[in-house]
Design a protein around this ligand. Structure first.
Ligand code: FNR
Length: 359
């Protein structure tokens, strides 16, 4: 096969290169994977209605989010275990994102420590923007230690994953017996505090149904970083998030990996955007595979989108270069789609661009 020309072909290449068990870990979702498929299918059901003769000129793709500059409204969603995709793991992802001027949301379940992820990003570009994703932990002293590490590493926001009061039921993982990371691959952000020699115990992440809005308040009490709530699908939750002081929300069903048969993210975006009513930025992830998908999300009220699996396919296919290629592809597709829609900037994509129902 020649060089991949789109994200789907990157997935084909990644499937060839990856251990099939690890491919399944990245590709799979919960149970029947209805939501995994729905995320992409829902984008295909929306049509774009271009405007013509607007003299828009070449689009300018840059956006500002929570005070940070991004070269385009496409971020890297937090995904776990990058060293299963490539030996350089999150180091490679961070370099590619930083060089592309793309905001990377570093995962708590990273297989490279946040300090090293940040150092790699800074080697690659002068002013990279990293956000840190957090599963709030019931051991508040440990959680505070993790937050301090993210702050000291220079992360500029905390992304609190709210859709995981328990782990989704992953049947491909069960069938494959995939329960442990290979020897030497660890969740480096879960080491016991005070273990710089990296000899000690690595904790298991705790997902708990006790998690509530009060935990968000507690987090607000220990950090001045902006707090973003990830995993909002209901407009009432979006309202609550804003009332509780969230600085942004991410419309997401965790890429279909948590509650199977949760609705496709893009179908919930207009409801959430209306509830938020411009008070804070609204982001979306789930099923974004094309520049046209990005335009649809912008039109329906997102300030930006994030990609999960596409970056993993690039990483598995060719490490840093693969992630860079995926970001480059999406940038060119977005540029082309905005141009064809007659938009000069991402902010110009309005609801009138999208027709509900098939093309
Ligand atoms: C994820 N996602 C995720 N989210 C999160 O908040 N913390 C995490 O540790 C992970 N880990 C993770 C691993 C893998 C392999 C995948 C595919 C996804 C969810 C992720 O942030 C995002 O919501 C989805 O990936 C978006 O959907 P797409 O772009 O993969 O369709």
């Amino acid at each position: 096969m020649g060089a991949p020309v789109n994200v789907r072909e990157f997935e084909d290449l990644a499937r060839e290169r990856l251990d099939p068990v690890h491919y399944d870990y990245f590709a799979s979702g919960a149970q029947d994977e209805v939501t995994v498929r729905a995320n992409e299918a829902a984008f295909a059901r929306l049509a774009l209605v271009p405007r013509v003769l607007r003299g828009a000129g070449p689009p300018r793709l840059g956006v500002a989010l929570l005070g940070g500059e991004a070269s385009m409204p496409v971020l890297l969603a937090p995904t776990a275990f990058h060293r299963l995709a490539h030996p350089d793991g999150e180091r490679a992802t961070a370099r590619a994102a930083a060089k592309a001027g793309v905001i990377m949301i570093a995962a708590m379940l990273s297989t490279v420590a946040i300090e090293e992820v940040a150092a790699e990003a800074r080697k690659a570009a002068p002013d990279p923007v990293l956000w840190f994703q957090l599963y709030p932990q019931p051991d508040t002293a440990f959680m505070e230690a993790v937050v301090r590490r993210a702050e000291s590493a220079g992360c500029r926001a905390l992304v609190v994953t709210a859709d995981s009061p328990a782990l989704g039921r992953n049947e491909r993982g069960d069938r494959n017996g995939f329960h442990d990371l290979p020897p030497g691959v660890r969740c480096e952000n879960l080491r016991e505090p005070g273990d710089p020699a990296r000899t000690g115990h690595v904790r298991q992440v705790v997902l708990t149904p006790e998690l509530s809005w009060d935990d968000l308040d507690r987090l607000r009490g220990i950090t001045d970083l902006p707090i973003i709530v990830k995993g909002v699908l209901h407009p009432d939750d979006a309202r609550l998030a804003v009332e509780r002081g969230a600085d942004a929300v991410i419309v997401s069903n965790h890429g279909g990996r948590q509650l199977d048969t949760a609705p496709a993210s893009i179908t919930r975006l207009p409801l959430v955007a209306d509830a938020v009513a411009g008070r804070v930025p609204v982001l979306l992830d789930g099923g974004v595979r094309r520049g046209t998908d990005v335009v649809k999300a912008l039109a329906l009220g997102a300030d930006a989108v994030a990609i999960g699996r596409p970056a993993l396919w690039g990483l598995a296919a060719a490490g840093e270069d693969g992630v860079a290629d995926v970001l480059g592809l999406l940038r060119r597709e977005l540029d082309n789609a905005l141009t064809l829609c007659g938009c000069a900037t991402p902010g110009e994509a309005g609801r009138g661009l999208v027709q509900e129902g098939p093309c």
